[in-house]
Design a protein around this ligand. Structure first.
Ligand SMILES: NC(=O)c1ccc[n+]([C@@H]2O[C@H](COP(=O)([O-])OP(=O)(O)OC[C@H]3O[C@@H](n4cnc5c(N)ncnc54)[C@H](O)[C@@H]3O)[C@@H](O)[C@H]2O)c1
Length: 329
């Protein structure tokens, strides 16, 4: 029998919201465990309106617990009270730049926090499966493309380091204590209600506001942009599948596009959009397409949103909900 109750750490966040919605649509009970932390200055990020939108969409249907994953006693209490059979673990500092800047917090949350969740699972015996949200950053610079799950892991920054450490400890706990796990590696997730000022949010909001967007290095860097509904769908499939047990999957669109292409799609929607050369940004791993054949084969994962469709739905969402009615950011 599949899972019935899934506790989502970080479930009030961007990806967590879409996972919660999909679980509800499948009559699986989501429980959100979230500390409501934000690593971007709230006025820049539009954090409050986006968070409010997410919570309004689910608040009467979901048990929401305000709690920090670093608080072991409180997490055990929450697990004992709610008795989930699965945990989807999203709570983290999810932005590379912020993890690099606040490296101590990144260690405490991304790494020690993950260990605390795993420790709590040992005490709260209802939990059978632990789903760990990793990242494409664990690969570091891609040495081949598309990068499959066996591509060498060699992070070049703190964020990737903490995410890879979390993977290793997930496997270690799994083996030592018989906790089933699945490790999922998303990349460059974009879409409605992202409040982390990722390049995609900045581009879309600026385009709507009539502000220029800035490309670094001509925007040639390619990443495997993935629409958030596809990401969430991949997480749900892994949580429901026996075949995902003790396996690692790339969960992305499966084909990289450049930031210039992202900008050009916006330019077709907003012909007046000014695309300018920006200052050099913090070095990111040199990434590209990720191989998603394993997720397709074992989970039946099939992403539905190419970049054109995803960007267009994202733009429509912001305009129709009137999220951009001032000139913050
Ligand atoms: N968005 C992406 O492009 C992307 C790509 C790869 C991996 N990921 C991973 O996916 C996960 C979710 O990312 P997101 O984009 O939804 O980020 P998000 O910031 O929207 O959501 C993260 C949530 O975790 C919560 N949280 C943070 N620290 C916590 C703590 N100590 N205790 C309890 N809750 C805490 C926050 O309040 C927030 O609601 C993260 O683990 C991130 O590393 C994201």
């Amino acid at each position: 029998m599949g899972p019935k109750k899934i506790l989502i750490t970080g479930g009030a966040g961007f990806i967590g919201y879409y996972i919660t919605k999909e679980l509800l649509s499948r009559d699986i009970e989501p429980i959100i465990y979230d500390a409501f932390l934000n690593y971007i200055p709230p006025l820049e990020s539009r954090y409050a309106p986006y968070l409010e939108y997410r919570l309004n969409g689910i608040k009467n249907k979901v048990h929401i617990i305000r709690g920090d994953i670093r608080n072991r006693g409180y997490l055990i209490k929450a697990l004992k009270e709610t008795e989930p059979d699965t945990i989807i673990h999203l709570a983290a500092i999810p932005i590379a730049q912020a993890s690099n800047q606040f490296s101590e917090e990144a260690m405490q949350i991304n790494l020690n926090g993950t260990v605390t969740v795993l420790e709590c699972i040992r005490v709260a015996s209802s939990v059978k499966r632990f789903i760990y949200a990793s990242s494409s950053f664990i690969y570091g610079d891609f040495i081949r493309e598309p990068a499959d799950e066996n591509h060498p892991t060699s992070p070049i920054d703190i964020y990737g380091g903490t995410k890879l450490s979390g993977e290793i400890l997930t496997k270690a706990f799994g083996k030592k204590y018989g906790i089933e796990y699945s490790i999922l590696r998303p990349s460059a997730v974009y879409g409605p209600t992202d409040a982390n000022r990722r390049v995609t949010q900045i581009f879309v909001e600026n385009a709507i506001l009539g502000k220029p967007i800035f490309l670094h290095n001509g925007g040639i860097d390619k990443v495997d942009f993935t629409y958030v509904k596809d990401t969430a769908h991949g997480f749900v499939l892994a949580a429901l599948s026996e075949k995902a047990k003790n396996e690692t999957f790339n969960i992305t669109y499966g084909s990289a596009r450049s930031t210039k292409e992202f900008a050009d799609i916006l330019k077709r929607i907003f012909p007046e959009l000014r695309i300018e050369e920006g200052l050099p940004a913090e070095r990111r791993p040199k990434r590209g397409s990720m191989d998603i054949r394993k997720a397709k084969r074992l989970l039946g994962y099939e992403p539905q949103y190419d970049l054109e469709k995803g960007v267009s739905e994202y733009v429509d969402f912001i305009i129709s909900n009137n999220f951009i009615n001032d000139d913050r950011g």
